[in-house]
Design a protein around this ligand. Sequence first.
Ligand SMILES: C[S@@+](CC[C@H](N)C(=O)[O-])C[C@H]1O[C@@H](n2cnc3c(N)ncnc32)[C@H](O)[C@@H]1O
Length: 207
Amino acid sequence: MSFKVKDHFFHKAKKEKFLARSIYKLEEIDQKFKIISSGHTILDLGYFPGSWTQYALSKINNRGLVVGIDIQEINRTLASNPQVHLLQKSIDEVHSIADFNTSEFTMNSPFDVILSDMAPKTTGIKLVDQEASLLLVQKVFLLLPTLLRQGGHLVVKVFEGQGPQEFFKQQQKARTFQEMHFLRPKATRSCSKEYFVIGKKYQAINH
Ligand SMILES: C[S@@+](CC[C@H](N)C(=O)[O-])C[C@H]1O[C@@H](n2cnc3c(N)ncnc32)[C@H](O)[C@@H]1O
């Protein structure tokens, strides 16, 4: 049986009208590493229900844009904000910037920031879940040359394991980003195996 404890961060999110307690993970990351600025264009992968989108919106200050995708049904309230563009889509269906376009929306330049809080449906089998999480991370990295601008930033969630450790070591060696940081935010549940990787200043030229 799985259940979610209504802890301090759950109540804080409810009180502050955020859609999920995950907001406090991104807030801590952003306060530490200065990822999102006014006017930025942000891609929020696995945005649903939308607390990271809410946070990003508050930081881009009536300028900039947040594009979110998730396999879940679109959060219509959030989508009604003119600075938000949401799509019901899997990362597997994204190959280029044009995959975010619709009849009312056109995106033609790479994003300033990519956020990914995507998590696979967990099975409880550690190695299977780790592998599924790593696959999502690898898809994000494969898309960087088309979706992230030179000098842009990335925040990506991953489950602990040997595979991710090796993968990120390779990325550090390849200097994909000028800086790479690893953080387990305070709002992470104690039973969770997730952590976040923060890539600052994408070196598109190297790839
Ligand atoms: C932890 S939740 C994200 C919470 C969100 N950051 C927030 O603050 O409200 C993870 C999300 O990843 C989404 N997801 C999982 N696999 C995905 C995929 N292949 N493509 C897009 N989204 C995916 C799930 O549907 C889920 O909504």
